[in-house]
Write a protein that binds this ligand. Structure first.
Ligand code: UDP
Ligand code: MG
Length: 315
C-alpha cells in the first residue's frame, strides 16, 4: 500500500487581518476549495493574525478556529501593522511550505495549485504580480510606479513592480527571512533581499470582496519612505554630494570676490542674490539634516530592541 504520510506536505497559510470581519469566512471557503483539490498531497494549515482589529474580526476567528482543526489564530494587543502580523505568522508557521495571503481575496487562492507546481519544479519562491492596476486610483498607480522606478535605481535590492506579498516559499526561504531580525521590517525589500530562485505568476488585479483598504495615500507615502531608508543609502549619498559640490562652488565664489575686491575695489551690490544663496544653502542643510535624522530614528528604534508585536490571545 502507498504510504500517504511519507509524501504529504504541510502548507502554512499566513493571513494578516485588520478589520476583516466580512472577508474571513469567504476567504476561508475559497481556500478550502483549493485545499480539497490539493489533498491528500498537501495539507493546509491556516494561521490568521488579528492585527488589533476594531470590528468583530477576533470573534469570527475564534469561531472558525473552533470549527476547523487546521485553523489557528493569534490576536495582537493592538494594531502593530501588516509587517508585524506577517512576522508573527511566519515565525509561527511550521509547514514545509509557507504562503502569505491577504484576507480580502485580492490574492486568488486558486493560484496556489500552479504555484505549488512551480515549487515542485525546483523554484524556491513563487511570487505573484498584478499584470495591471485597474480599479486603482490613477494617482496611486503613478506614485507606485515612480516608487519602484526610483528604488530600483538607488537600491541594490531589486524590487519587482506590481509584486504582491502573496507568495509561496520553501521552508529554507522562510528560515532565511526570519534570520533578518531587524525591527523596522519592510517586507517587499526583505523578500527581495534574501534572493533564491523566484518565479513570478501574473494575474489580473481584483477588487476586495468586502471592507476597505487600510492604506491611505499618506500611509503609502510613509511606507515608501520606509522602503528607501531601510534598503538604500542613496539619500545619504545625495546629501553628501550636494553638500560637497556647494562647498567647492563656494570656495571659487570666495576667491572670485577677493580678487575682484583687490583688482576693482568694492561696491555694495548683490545683496539679493546673497540672501537667496543663504536660503538655498540653509535649505539644503536642513534637508540633509532631515535625511540623517530619518536614519538616526531608525537606528534608535533598532537599538531599543522592542518586540515587533505583542500577542494577547492565541487559538
Ligand atoms: N492588514 C493588517 N494590518 C494593518 C493593515 C492591513 O494586518 O494595519 C492586512 C489586511 O487585513 C489585509 C492585508 O493586510 O489582509 C492587506 O491590506 P489591504 O487589503 O488594506 O491593502 P491593499 O490590498 O489595499 O494593498
Ligand atoms: Mg487588499
Amino acid at each position: 500500500m502507498k504510504d500517504d504520510t511519507a509524501i504529504m506536505k504541510k502548507l502554512s497559510i499566513v493571513v494578516p487581518c485588520y478589520n476583516e470581519e466580512k472577508t474571513i469566512r469567504p476567504f476561508l471557503e475559497a481556500c478550502q476549495r483549493v485545499e480539497h483539490q490539493m489533498a491528500p498531497d498537501v495539507l493546509f494549515d491556516y494561521l490568521f493574525v488579528n492585527d488589533g482589529s476594531k470590528d468583530e474580526t477576533l470573534d469570527t476567528l475564534r469561531e472558525v478556529a473552533r470549527l476547523y482543526d487546521n485553523v489557528h489564530y493569534f490576536s495582537f494587543s493592538r494594531n502593530f501593522g501588516k509587517e508585524a502580523a506577517l512576522l508573527a505568522g511566519l515565525e509561527a508557521a511550521d509547514g514545509d511550505f509557507v504562503t502569505v495571503m491577504d484576507a480580502d481575496l485580492q490574492d486568488p487562492p486558486e493560484l496556489l495549485v500552479d504555484m505549488y507546481q512551480k515549487i515542485q519544479e525546483g523554484y524556491d519562491v513563487v511570487g505573484t504580480r498584478r499584470s495591471d492596476r485597474t480599479g486603482e486610483p490613477a494617482i496611486r498607480s503613478f506614485f507606485a510606479k515612480t516608487f519602484y522606478w526610483l528604488i530600483n535605481k538607488i537600491s541594490s535590492t531589486e524590487m519587482v513592480d506590481g509584486a504582491r506579498d502573496f507568495r509561496l516559499m520553501t521552508r529554507q526561504v522562510v528560515d532565511s527571512i526570519l534570520e533578518l531580525n531587524e525591527v523596522n521590517r519592510f517586507s517587499k525589500g526583505i523578500f527581495a533581499w534574501v534572493g533564491y530562485n523566484v518565479y513570478y505568476i501574473s494575474y489580473e488585479n481584483r477588487d476586495r470582496i468586502a471592507g476597505e483598504t487600510s492604506w491611505s495615500f499618506w500611509s503609502l507615502l510613509r511606507y515608501s519612505m520606509d522602503g528607501f531608508i531601510n534598503f538604500s543609502e542613496a539619500p545619504l549619498n545625495i546629501a553628501t554630494w550636494t553638500g560637497s559640490i556647494s562647498f567647492i562652488v563656494s570656495i571659487f565664489g570666495i576667491l572670485f570676490i577677493v580678487f575682484r575686491k583687490l583688482l576693482f575695489g568694492d561696491a555694495v551690490t548683490g545683496w539679493a542674490s546673497l540672501v537667496s544663496i543663504i536660503l538655498f544653502i540653509g535649505g539644503l542643510q536642513l534637508l540633509a539634516l532631515g535625511i540623517i535624522g530619518k536614519y538616526i530614528a531608525k537606528i534608535f528604534l533598532e537599538t531599543k530592541k522592542r518586540p515587533v508585536y505583542i500577542i494577547k490571545e492565541k487559538g
